[in-house]
Design a protein around this ligand. Structure first.
Ligand code: HEM
Length: 127
């Protein structure tokens, strides 16, 4: 697997995205898990460092998409370490190396320029 990280020039989307004001309503881990793209009545959500992004419009997170493994979760650890393993799709990132923490922060920037913030994970201890 070729590892890749968001390149600085890619932080900003080519086509500008009009974002809504961020909402920080608490979302439980259970509700988040239901928002994995399998329920047409729910949005598709991905959290980074406890902040929840609505990624519904990107098919990459749908059940047939290449990044579906991240949907309905806080996969901060996987993003930081360029992993697509389900077992790495968990929120804890404190023990990672500085380089990985930087990569994670870059992904946060990447997402925040593309997707609306719709909540924060309730009881998340790591944001
Ligand atoms: C063979 C390996 C891989 C290839 C060829 C690949 C390719 C791509 C491409 C072409 C994009 C779109 C970039 C853009 O929109 O500017 C992308 C986005 C992305 N990749 Fe990968 N990738 C690979 C592996 C990984 C791995 C291991 C991860 C784990 C962290 C990952 C996470 C992501 C994420 C989170 C996005 C952003 C999707 C979005 O637009 O919301 N990729 N990848």
């Amino acid at each position: 697997m070729v590892e890749h990280e968001p390149e600085p020039k890619r932080f900003s989307p080519k086509i500008p995205v009009q974002l809504d004001p961020p909402k920080y309503d608490p979302i439980t881990v259970e509700e988040l898990s239901k928002c994995d793209g399998t329920d047409p009545n729910r949005p598709t959500l991905v959290a980074i460092k406890g902040i929840v992004f609505d990624v519904t419009r990107n098919q990459a997170y749908s059940p047939s998409g290449q990044y579906h493994v991240f949907a309905g979760k806080d996969p901060s650890r996987a993003l930081a370490s360029s992993s697509l393993k389900p077992e790495d799709c968990r929120p804890d990132w404190y023990d990672l190396e500085d380089k990985e923490k930087t990569v994670l922060d870059e992904w946060f920037t990447f997402f925040s320029k593309r997707y609306n913030i719709v909540g924060k994970v309730q009881d998340a201890t790591n944001y």
